[in-house]
Every structure is written in structure tokens, then in C-alpha cells.
Ligand binder design. Structure first.
Ligand code: EPZ
Length: 423
């Protein structure tokens, strides 16, 4: 397992290009199962999670070709079972259920396990499928969904922790081929759901209200192939904004959709950073210690849970007391113990991290645990005194395309070291 070594104290400057969105590309690639015609998807990031999704689609029988950032998929004849040995690698595989149910009226997918950020149930996905007249059963670790015919209806997909992003996408994909009208209330309004809906509409689906909490679908008989470019990754962009705030002189992000980052840029402005925000670029200037802020993670357009760990790293250097409250994944604080190894002063009280800024962080060997926690540790290493070794960086590679090379391009002293499997 590789590790990333960061030598702190180097200021960042220059420009970095943001890749296509992982969380948009994954359901869009799955949506190609809804038609027998070829689909062409551009700006697909080169990530292990994307690799796993392409493996699943191939295993199901789709023809998959990838040429740099473009993927061509043709699912003429596909099976409807996604096996454990592939699904276990990535819980987002669950988003093949909806398109398989829509196209073939049946699907069998291994139940996704939990992960370090908390339990990852799919009860809301199944609630939506049942509302479309499908039967859902859990058998031997697999979830089976099947229907004689899919019938549209009105449903509410909001759970105790708010809306479900992949659940909204899953049910939306099935509803495009259900008979009649489907209304999804309590829908997720994330930009990734909007991007999926845009792709489905290009395939011939009839969808209104994507990006609001109420989405209406009029079922059609079949969908055709389409071509689409995935939106920029707002979480990768937010991660680089925090890197620049922590260690920057002046950094410009290119190929962003700045509208998708309002909650993050608002917090950085409140914390005292100067931002020059244009439609598809954002420039941020580092200017020493951040001002303390209080953050609550919320569904879009609120502050994203996927930026919570990165903000904990930034606020560890603030000149005062901050608080970060997690309402989407209340246990998502695996990064805190590792940041404390670097000298951060953080106390967890329930779903809130109370952060007392410290004048400096110290480099240390730390362990990556999940995708965004790993990124937060690399960011902390940029400003820590001495050297930080982040182990098990396969977590980072799931969601960041060449993060070490992109940071090196901005002036960071960072390197990836291949390690034997035993470590
Ligand atoms: C998506 O996960 C993202 N992943 C996550 O990003 C992101 O953190 C999350 O949305 C929230 O924004 C992808 O898009 C591939 P949810 P998803 O269903 O859809 C509960 C990253 O770092 N819930 O919106 O799986 C759930 O436990 C990843 O890129 C149910 O109770 O998340 C959570 O508390 C991490 N029942 C809340 O809802 C369900 O059936 C939101 O989960 C589904 C979810």
C-alpha cells in the first residue's frame, strides 16, 4: 500500500485544473444500462471508484471502452446480478439497481457494507422501488428487486438524516421507464443529481424539478443513447480551496462551477480569506491564521459533509475556538484522532468537533481511514512543521485524481512512495 510523504512549510501558488465529479460520474455511468444504444461520457475522472464501476458494468455484460477522460458504454444485453466480489469494493455500486430495475424489471446486487463514516443503509432506495410497484428482498447478503411492471406514484424519500443522494438517483433512473407519473418528494437537490437528470433527459427521459426537493418524472417506453460531459468535482475543488487557504500565497482553480461551491466559499470568506470568484474559476489568497467559524454540515445547498474533514484541518490553525457539527454522518470524525497526533486541539462532543486553534501543527506518521479524512491529513501536512507520512493512500485514490501531482504543481513538497502490501 502506497504512502504519501509531505514536507510542510512550502507555500502554494499557481493554477490547478479540477477534474470531473466522481459523485456525478458514478450514477451517470450506471444510467447507460437503461438503453441498448451507445452512450459517450466525457470528463470522467481517473479514479479507482470509477474503475470499479466500469468493472461492474463490464461484468454485467456492457461493452465498455475508456480513452483518457471519455468512456463509451453500450449495454445491449446485460445480466442483472452484480456479485459481492466487485460490489464489496465500492458501496456506490448500489446505483446499478435502479437502471437494471427500470430496463429489465429485476436486479440482484450484493448489499453494500458499512464504512468508516458510518452505517450506509439503503432502506430509502428500497422504499422508492416499492413505491414503483417493485418487490424488494434481502437474501444471503444480496438485495433483490423485481416487478411485473413498474408503476409511477408519489413518494417521499427523506430519511432521519435528510434526503438521500444516491437513493434519489437510483429511484429517478427506475422511474424514467415506469408507467405513468412519479413524484419524488424529499428528493436530494445536489448538483450531482441535477447532472444525472440532465443526462437522462438527453436519453429521452421526461424529468422536471431536478435540483429541487420535488422531482416529477413521466415514464417513457424506452431511452436512447446520449453524449454528456460530467460537471466539475465540487469536493475536489473545495479541497484545493482549503489547501490554498492553509498554505497558499495565491492559487487559482480552473474548470470549476463556482455556483456549486457557495457554502464553502462563504465559510472561507467568513474565516477571513480573500476570494476572487468567477463563473468557472476561483482564486484564493492565503493570509495567515484563519478566523474561527462555526459550521454545520447539511444537505445541498448547505455546507457539504464531504468538506467537513478538510475544514477541521483548516480550523486547527484558526486563532480561536471553532465548532464543526456533522448532521449527515454523525460519526464522520475518523480524521480527528489523526489530526490530534499532529498537535491539533479537538474535542468531540456527540456530533460536534470543538476545535481550539493552535499556532502550529507537527508532522507525524498518520493513517488514512476514508476518502475525505485522508485528504484532510495531506492538507494538514502542507502546513505542519516537519514531515507527515499518510499511510494507506488508496483511500485518497478513490476520489482524487493525482492529488500529489496537482499539489506538487502548486509548489508543495510531496511524494508518493510505493510500499509492499504488508504495510
Ligand atoms: C453520497 O452518498 C455521496 N457518495 C457521499 O460522498 C456523500 O457524503 C453523501 O451522498 C451525502 O452528500 C456518492 O455520491 C457516490 P446519502 P450516499 O444516501 O448517497 C442516510 C464521498 O466522500 N440514508 O445521501 O450514499 C445515510 O446513512 C462520499 O465522495 C439512510 O438512512 O449518501 C446518511 O446518514 C462519502 N437510508 C444520509 O442518509 C438510505 O437508504 C445521507 O446519505 C440512504 C441513506
Amino acid at each position: 500500500m502506497d504512502k504519501i510523504i509531505v514536507h510542510g512549510g512550502h507555500t502554494l501558488s499557481g493554477a490547478v485544473k479540477i477534474s470531473g465529479s466522481k459523485n456525478s460520474a458514478l450514477p451517470i455511468l450506471a444510467a447507460a444500462l437503461l438503453t441498448r444504444e451507445p452512450c459517450v461520457i466525457h470528463c470522467v475522472p481517473d479514479l479507482s471508484d470509477i474503475h470499479y464501476m466500469l468493472q461492474i458494468l463490464s461484468h454485467l455484460g456492457a461493452q465498455v471502452e475508456r480513452a483518457s477522460g471519455t468512456v463509451q458504454i453500450q449495454a445491449e444485453n446485460v445480466s442483472t446480478t452484480a456479485p459481492y466480489e466487485i460490489v464489496r469494493k465500492m458501496r456506490a455500486s448500489v446505483c446499478v439497481l435502479g437502471p437494471l430495475l427500470g430496463r429489465h424489471k429485476e436486479a440482484r446486487v450484493s448489499l453494500p457494507g458499512g464504512c468508516v463514516i458510518g452505517d450506509r443503509p439503503i432502506d430509502l432506495h428500497l422504499k422508492g422501488f416499492r413505491a414503483l410497484n417493485a418487490a424488494c428482498r434481502v437474501e444471503a447478503g444480496d438485495v433483490k428487486v423485481f416487478a411485473g411492471e413498474l408503476k409511477g406514484s408519489t413518494m417521499n424519500l427523506e430519511g432521519r438524516q435528510g434526503p438521500t443522494v444516491l437513493g434519489t438517483g437510483n429511484v429517478l433512473m427506475a422511474a424514467t421507464l415506469a408507467e405513468g407519473i412519479t413524484v419524488i418528494e424529499g428528493a436530494a437537490a445536489e448538483p450531482e443529481v441535477v447532472d444525472l437528470a440532465q443526462f437522462l433527459i438527453k436519453m429521452g427521459a421526461k424529468i422536471e424539478g431536478a435540483g429541487t426537493r420535488r422531482i416529477t418524472v413521466e415514464g417513457v417506453k424506452e431511452l436512447h443513447g446520449a453524449e454528456h460531459s460530467v460537471i466539475p468535482d465540487r469536493i475536489e475543488a473545495g479541497t484545493f480551496l482549503v489547501a490554498a487557504a492553509l498554505a497558499g500565497r495565491e492559487v487559482t482553480l480552473r474548470r470549476v462551477n463556482s455556483e456549486h461551491l457557495n457554502a464553502v466559499t462563504n465559510v472561507l470568506s467568513e474565516s477571513g480569506f480573500q476570494l476572487n470568484i468567477q463563473k468557472d474559476t476561483i482564486t484564493v489568497k492565503g493570509n495567515g491564521a484563519p478566523r474561527p467559524v462555526d459550521i454545520i454540515t447539511e444537505p445541498y445547498p448547505g455546507f457539504p459533509t464531504d468538506m467537513q474533514a478538510q475544514m477541521c484541518a483548516l480550523l486547527s490553525r484558526a486563532d480561536g475556538q471553532s465548532s464543526v457539527t456533522e448532521t449527515v454522518f454523525p460519526q464522520r470524525f475518523m480524521h480527528v484522532s489523526e489530526l490530534k497526533r499532529m498537535g491539533a486541539d479537538i474535542a468531540i462532543e456527540g456530533a460536534t468537533a470543538r476545535i481550539t486553534g493552535v499556532p502550529k501543527l507537527s508532522g507525524a506518521p498518520v493513517m488514512a481511514s476514508d476518502l475525505r479524512a485522508s485528504a484532510a491529513l495531506v492538507l494538514a501536512g502542507l502546513v505542519a512543521e516537519g514531515t507527515t507520512e499518510v499511510h494507506r493512500v488508496y483511500h485518497i485514490d478513490r476520489g482524487y485524481e493525482s492529488i500529489d501531482e496537482k499539489l506538487m504543481g502548486l509548489g508543495a513538497e510531496i511524494q508518493r512512495v510505493k510500499q509492499s502490501a504488508s504495510t
